[in-house]
Design a protein around this ligand. Structure first.
Ligand SMILES: Cc1cc2nc3c(=O)[nH]c(=O)nc-3n(C[C@H](O)[C@H](O)[C@H](O)COP(=O)(O)O)c2cc1C
Length: 349
């Protein structure tokens, strides 16, 4: 049985070595394929990634003889991120032939839909921008523990970006990329993958950072989008391609207005461009706000009986029904002092 299973692999090894033309007699497996299992640093609690400083990325890896694990650690070091080893429920035999036999059986079982159990599970990937998934190539395929992991976590990985990396003797990565797509149909498998073979493993320290840069993964935090200052009374008013500014009053009506921003409205021309008006819906609160104003150009007011906001382009006589809620800065009112209706967008600075 063992021999039958070994023949195709040895044939494959011979073929792949001659195909890549190394001629160096380089073994298909790494230099020390019989190294003891490396626990990978997650023995205490295999389901909790070892955290890094940068929680945006998670590196998952399966590795039997340490090559893929070294790559995983290199990624982790570059990104200072979380890492977790995906381990089979039953460790692989140290006897190499027994291991080959089992891996073949497992690959055959997976083709029948029976996934060999792994002891690693992850609660949620919500915090991660990219999940890195690394594995050795076994008989042209993704190593079985990682296939099981992706299969059992497919729904949790839906919507996530997955970056694949692998090591092999000389085989390519493309079949395993298809496998990843089939195992996690809801995830986005990033086009650019990284494969290091026995002849390129030594380039790890240059190839890994170059790949990370290619896929836009870096240890730097992305720039925070400018969040408006909730305490500021300053407002931008976009009028076509121009932006004018206003300073709001520190009263309840103005704060109600500020709380509704951003707000896009059409200002209707009123009384031959004396005012530009709109009706907030619902009307702004005027409770407890001092009434009475003799508007000058640029004043932003509420006409209390009607509930409309009136921005004055021209001066007007004093009215006890007007409530001042702000003023357009400088000579910005000139931008609104044109005939007709104008669409504007108010937003907080
Ligand atoms: C069961 C098994 C199957 C393998 N099949 C292939 C293969 O099809 N093509 C190949 O190039 N290398 C093959 N290899 C070699 C490994 O992919 C390679 O040594 C890899 O770097 C091992 O990664 P690891 O140290 O993280 O376990 C195989 C190794 C094993 C143990």
């Amino acid at each position: 049985m063992k021999k039958i299973l070994l023949i195709p692999f040895l044939l494959f090894a011979a073929l792949s070595m001659s195909a890549c033309g190394s001629g160096s007699g380089e073994p298909l497996t790494p230099e020390q394929p019989e190294q003891p299992e490396n626990p990978g640093g997650s023995d205490d609690n295999p389901d909790t990634p070892t955290p890094g400083g940068n929680g945006r990325y998670l590196v998952l890896f399966a590795s039997r003889s340490g090559n893929t694990e070294r790559m995983a650690n290199e990624i982790r070091e570059q990104l200072d991120c979380d890492i977790l080893e995906v381990e089979p429920e039953v460790a692989y035999d140290n006897d190499y032939n027994a291991m080959l036999e089992r891996s073949q059986e497992e690959l055959a079982a997976i083709r029948q839909g029976n996934y060999p159990p792994v002891k690693t599970s992850v609660e949620s990937f919500d915090d991660y921008d990219i999940v890195f998934v690394g594995y050795p190539i076994w008989y042209g395929s993704m190593a079985t523990p990682m296939q099981t992991f992706l299969h059992t976590h497919a729904s949790k990985l839906a919507g996530k970006r997955i970056a694949l990396f692998a090591t092999s003797g000389s085989s390519g990565i493309s079949s395993s990329v298809s496998e990843a797509r089939n195992l996690c149909p809801g995830a986005t498998i990033i086009e650019e993958t990284l494969l290091l073979t026995s002849s390129t493993l030594s380039q790890m320290v240059t190839r890994v950072p170059a790949w990370l840069e290619e896929i836009g993964a870096s240890r730097e935090e992305p720039d925070e989008p400018d969040t408006p200052d909730a305490t500021s009374l300053k407002v931008n008013i976009m009028v076509g391609s121009r932006t004018i500014t206003a300073t709001m009053e520190d009263n309840a009506a103005a704060r109600d207005f500020l709380s509704r921003l951003p707000l896009e409205v059409t200002l209707n021309d009123y009384n031959n461009t004396t005012e530009k008006i709109f009706y907030p819906d619902p009307a702004l609160t005027t409770e407890g706000v001092t009434r009475g104003c003799a508007p000058t150009p640029g004043d932003i007011t509420i006409y209390a009986p009607w509930g409309n906001v009136a921005i004055f382009c021209k001066s007007w006589s004093h009215s006890n029904d007007l409530i001042k809620i702000g003023h357009i800065d400088g000579d910005g009112i000139g931008t609104l002092n044109v005939g007709g209706d104008i669409t504007v967008k108010f937003e907080r600075q």
